[in-house]
Design a protein around this ligand. Structure first.
Ligand code: FAD
Ligand code: EGU
Length: 507
């Protein structure tokens, strides 16, 4: 729709009131949106208006970043204010916060506040089928990730955004549609009323099923892929026992069982949130409480008394398995008008614990580019796409790769073995070989660089393996010629050998 037609369209529908250059609002919904007349005359140059669509984790943090830069920020969130809501419908209860996310929080002065309410996890605790628990540290002392409460994190970020006088939060504003030519957005409210709002920049932080992204999809040369994995997830609560954590609190507990997997993160109220991952068809096979117990008896027997038989029978049927989607797209921007960030730009499967961390890092990356190009959106947005797409795609691929790998052959023994090899090689050559999860979790190495380096390390490892194998073969032949042994004792089944070699690739 061209501008003349748009104006005609709007004129036919309602009397238009134009408050400022940026804001076009229907007469009936006239809101003191941003730059009111008086405010404008106070200032020599008008302030640009940034509309952040989505007040989730990334939207709320991003609002702080834009407010800090001096923009007039309006956040539009479809839900009610979660700080007032009684029940918060959320995706997961707690999340693993690591270095990238923390750095982003630090930029807006929020790191301390969030970290103080997080529970450090210094190691994974691997639960074997027999109930044996084996810890594997994440790194050196002081290297840990944090279990944080999603709802609390979101609330704190919204409250922080609100402390900026140039920020306004609009709840109960669901973006219905927007026009990529004009930038005009249409919001619907619970009572059915509609509002049309314009801004200088639209930042789509509206999650994996982004409404902002819909307009990108209609455009030429926009790349898009979305994949639902066959697994679903379900959250189960493990209550405290005698007022204490039912398991050791400062760990990320993992039950790796190939197709089935469970993960548990601690909460401040001394509960654990267990997340069960399994194929949807398996979820559907279990229809009675007894079948739930039977299933747990087979795969997670040590968790039954900790969650409790009755609670397990009930909890399991509270909600069906939840879907997980991976979304990749590019470019992330349209002209100088709109940019996608967080899950709206890149939903990743949770098998690296990086979705939120990557979304938070998006905010730093954009902020740095804004510095470089003096807040000039027409230069900033293309550069943001150029810089960030390869990294977001890399973490999306890594997470998917890890999902496939875990599902294919990661039981507790294999998991332990792989991590031991990783840590051992790192100890042997601390400068040369850094485990992939370390680069991803504890550094801000660009995701695509981490992947590159991982492939390079693989080559180095294989080469040294080859060298030592050659050396061993030469030395061995010499010894063999001197004193031939009983040949039967030497034969290792080919498959076993192959597995050992495979295991030496770092992951
Ligand atoms: P969201 O959190 O989805 O927020 C989007 C917001 O936009 C919501 O508030 C929504 O109400 C609003 N919205 C949607 N549509 C509209 C609209 N039309 N108009 C207005 N508002 C709208 N990440 C980690 O880093 N570590 C972890 O340990 C981790 N664990 C996870 C475990 C599971 C099971 C899952 C599913 C994900 C996990 N993640 C983890 C990923 C993390 O949850 C997401 O990456 C993160 O929530 C993305 O934040 P976001 O703000 O981009 O999107
Ligand atoms: C999944 C769901 C262990 C929270 C990947 C590790 C996750 C999290 C791992 C969820 C795993 C898997 C890593 C972290 C983290 C590990 C990691 C996964 C947090 C490779 C709330 N993953 N997760 N890798 O190394 O780098 O411990 O729901 F089981 S934190 Cl799948 Cl570091």
């Amino acid at each position: 729709m061209g501008l003349p037609q748009l104006l005609l369209f709007l004129n036919l529908n309602s009397p238009l009131v134009k408050i400022t250059h940026e804001w076009t609002v229907r007469g009936s919904d006239l809101r003191k949106a941003v730059n009111t007349m008086e405010e404008q005359s106070d200032r020599s140059s008008k302030r640009k208006v940034v509309a952040v669509v989505g007040g989730g984790l990334v939207g709320a943090l991003n609002a702080c970043f834009f407010a800090k830069r001096g923009f007039d920020v309006e956040v539009f969130e479809s839900r009610e204010d979660i700080r007032q809501a009684k029940v918060v419908k959320g995706r997961s209860i707690n999340l693993a916060l690591s270095h990238r996310g923390r750095q982003a929080l630090k930029h807006v002065g929020m790191e301390e506040k969030i970290v103080s309410k997080g529970i450090p996890m210094h190691a994974r605790m691997i639960h074997s089928l027999s109930g044996k628990q084996s810890p594997i540290p994440y790194g050196k002392k002081g290297q840990f990730i944090l279990s944080v409460d999603r709802a609390n994190l979101n609330k704190e970020l919204l409250t922080e955004a609100e402390t900026y006088s140039n920020t306004k939060l609009n709840f109960d504003h669901k973006l219905q549609d927007w026009n990529a030519e004009t930038g005009l957005m249409t919001f619907v409210r619970c009572d059915g009323s509609k509002q049309q709002i314009e801004a200088d920049l639209i930042v789509g932080c509206d999650g994996a099923f982004s409404a902002i992204r819909k307009q990108f999809l209609r455009r030429s040369r926009f790349n898009y892929s979305q994949t639902y994995i066959p697994h679903g997830y379900m959250e189960l609560t493990m209550p405290p026992i005698n007022g204490e954590f039912a398991m050791k609190p400062n760990y990320l507990h993992i039950w790796p069982r190939n197709t089935f997997m469970m993960i548990a993160l601690p909460n401040l109220d001394k509960t654990f949130t267990c997340t069960l991952f399994m194929p949807f068809e398996e979820f559907e096979k279990i229809t009675t409480g007894d079948e739930v117990i039977e299933f747990f008896q087979k795969y997670f027997p040590d968790a039954i008394p900790l969650i409790g038989v009755d609670a397990l029978k009930k909890d399991y049927f509270r909600l069906p398995g939840q879907a997980m989607v991976s979304v990749k797209c590019s470019p992330y921007h349209i002209g100088n008008k709109c940019v996608l960030m967080g899950d709206a730009a890149h939903a990743v499967v949770p098998f690296y614990g990086q979705g939120m961390n990557a979304g938070f890092e998006d905010c730093i990356v954009l902020d740095e580019i804004m510095d470089k190009f003096n807040d000039d959106f027409s230069a900033v947005l293309p550069e943001y796409t150029r810089v960030r797409v390869p990294d977001d795609h890399a973490i999306a691929d890594l997470a998917m790769y890890n999902y496939i790998e875990m599902r294919a052959h990661v039981n507790s023994k294999w998991f332990l073995f792989r991590k031991y090899v990783d840590n051992f090689l790192h100890l042997l050559m601390p400068k040369k070989i850094i485990p992939l999860y370390t680069m991803v979790t504890f550094t801000r190495t660009r995701y695509h660089k981490a992947v590159e380096r991982w492939h390079w390390q693989d080559k180095v490892i294989n080469r040294s393996l080859m060298l030592s194998a050659t050396g061993a073969a030469l030395g061995g032949s010499y010894l063999l010629i001197k004193n031939p042994p009983d040949i039967n004792k030497l034969i290792i089944p080919a498959e076993k050998m192959w597995n050992r070699l495979l295991a030496l690739r770092t992951a």
